[in-house]
Design a protein around this ligand. Sequence first.
Ligand code: COA
Length: 316
Amino acid sequence: MPTPNPLLSKVNWIESGDIRPYVFVRPENQIAHPGTRHKLDWFSHTPIYKDPLDISELNFADRIYSIEERAFGPSNMAMPRWVFYDCAVMPGFVAGFAARPSALKKEVRDVLDLKKFPASDSPVFKSTEPRAKSLLAKSLDEMDWVPLSLFIIIPTMHKGEWVAHNLCSVNSLLAKEHQFYGLGFLSKAFGLWYANVEQCSGMTQWGSPALKLHTHFGHLEVIGSYAPVHSHSKTITYRAQVNTRCWEQFFTREDDLAFLENYGPSELQIDPKNEQSMIDIQKKLELGEGPFYLNAMEIAAKNLDESLTIYKPKGY
Ligand SMILES: CC(C)(COP(=O)(O)OP(=O)(O)OC[C@H]1O[C@@H](n2cnc3c(N)ncnc32)[C@H](O)[C@@H]1OP(=O)(O)O)[C@@H](O)C(=O)NCCC(=O)NCCS
């Protein structure tokens, strides 16, 4: 018997077509030749297109927002509605996975049921004027597709570079046994693949589970280890040259030999519990002592609160 592909065995929810990638994009921002830069056969189903400027799709946006608000609310980083519109869907696009509601099991439907998470609790509704009757929330079964994740990506002034602005998955609201393994990771992978992204920058908080994902899209360079300009100073700012060879290692957990060949551990470490360690590395970056990198495999093997080794290119 051939050994099952570890990738497919862990993400079988992607196969049936009842859960598909979606692209929430205004027509002018459509990617001209999606999926042509990175050679990959992971996304075989035609994506679902939704237009954020079409008000008949308002309920799709509300449901993206509802997941985001509940996932980021506890860390006080839920995205104001105007940020989503002005800074995300106008300059960039939102990608993710969406499901046919009838294909979802009860535990997932419950989490997506806006009646159980009443509108009055959500800034989605709180922050807006009363809506016209025709725009009121649709029930799950009135939706054709319901979003399960979101990845917002915005192009920058620097050709080829995009900023990963937000990543979120319904898994963070579900008990482990009901999760869609790899949903957050594949949402970002799909967005990068679809938009032919060459270089991806981003921001996340030290100690966040998201770092386990972000380090797997290409060798991750730390361009800022402390960000007092941000509302959360303990933020890492990174960039990576997108490299699909790193992607499969997220699932296989095989060593990244190319990383180990090119980068070696330094004596420097970041402790997610120690702000000073972030400030110290930030100062070194500002003095030109970088570049500094993180090792995806080390992060995959560690608990979220453990110190992380700073890697440097060999020969530096
Ligand atoms: C972070 C987030 C996007 C990850 O997406 P996800 O769909 O849960 O994760 P995936 O299924 O793609 O990947 C699973 C892997 O992620 C890591 N992971 C996810 N949640 C984790 C957690 N709470 N603790 C530790 N590791 C975690 C693990 O490596 C896990 O693999 P493993 O179980 O084999 O160890 C999601 O949990 C989320 O939306 N969190 C709230 C919002 C947020 O913090 N976003 C990131 C901002 S940059």
